[in-house]
Design a protein around this ligand. Sequence first.
Ligand SMILES: [Zn+2]
Length: 402
Amino acid sequence: MAQFPPTLPPDGRIGQAVRDALGRLPQPREPEWADFIDAEGRLLPIERLRRESPEERDQRRAEVDLALVQRQALFRSVASSNIAIPQVVRDPANVFFGGRQAVDRQIEQLARRYAHRLRPTAAELSARRQFDLRSRANVLPAEEVRREILRRDDFMQRLIGAATKPRPAAEYPPHYQRMLDAAIRQAEADVLEEAAANQRTCLILPQRERTTIRIFAPGLPEDERRRLDQAAQFIGAITRKGRLSDPRIAVGINKELAAGAMRYRNGAIEFNPPTQGSGFIHEMAHHLQHHVSGLGRDSAEWRRRVSKGGKLQLMGVDSQGRSWYYRERTDGRAWLRDYMGRVYFRGDPMLLRVGNIPEEDNDRMEVVSCACEILFSNPVEIARHDPELVTLLIDSLRSNVP
Ligand SMILES: [Zn+2]
């Protein structure tokens, strides 16, 4: 709307106070005139603007924008007919006279209609079913699994790219337009999360071919146990029966670790609750790295190849208080996560600072652990970025060699 907001916001201390507050938002933005006034159009004192919480400011903006857009509609009505009510009953601007709830409802409707446009077509669902039927009956080659993950993602990206964004019949004032934009972003994020879960099913082996991971973990809090079981189920479902030489994993709490930290050592996972995200998958994948024949060796070889001659970078301190380094890749790509390129040493890595490099410990690495985590949370991300590693990993996990 060209005439909205009407003028530039105030300068000086007041301007700076509001500019600072808006700069701290998750989506920072420049102040608009409506950020400085109340719903009666009065300029607010600086103390009030400074005291306001983000929620209070949001609420005020919702009211101010509503009042302004109502007045604008009334003004237009008077200018055209001398009557101070919007003339046409079906005038889309009328939604603003229904109050904030009415606009909120409309935003919700528009976002829902948009989400509907992002639903896979019947042809796509049928293509997925074909693949699922085959992969439930056979152990498909790794490259075929990877290509199907990419195919499904290509479809979703095209769908999102082609879908027209919802536009309200009457233009929204900035606050409500931002709310609509956020609702659209949320709809897309929901769809992509669903798509990731759907891509994950491509990795699952036929029922009779899966590994049963045997967890020994007495007395864990219920939510930790649930996350642990989910991780064991995923790792077991992508690892062919017979490939894992030792399917037993002991899991216990170690209060000496930092809160949230985890580690894997000789068939056991230790952690200090509360954990979050895919940490258990990460640690179980370390178990795979050591107990699936050839996997540790092949992924170490891949890592050596993609980072040959790469510079060592000090990254900081890990969850156990030790400084850690990664080696930059030299194959023209970056690590998806820096931690994937972590290098371990058989001595104190502090010595690196004076240029005295201790011998590397090649038995330890984070390639398989991080790769499995990403395969779980966002399969296409790694399937696209590191095709060779993903094929190697899936191939190794579904090989029929014991
Ligand atoms: Zn690790």
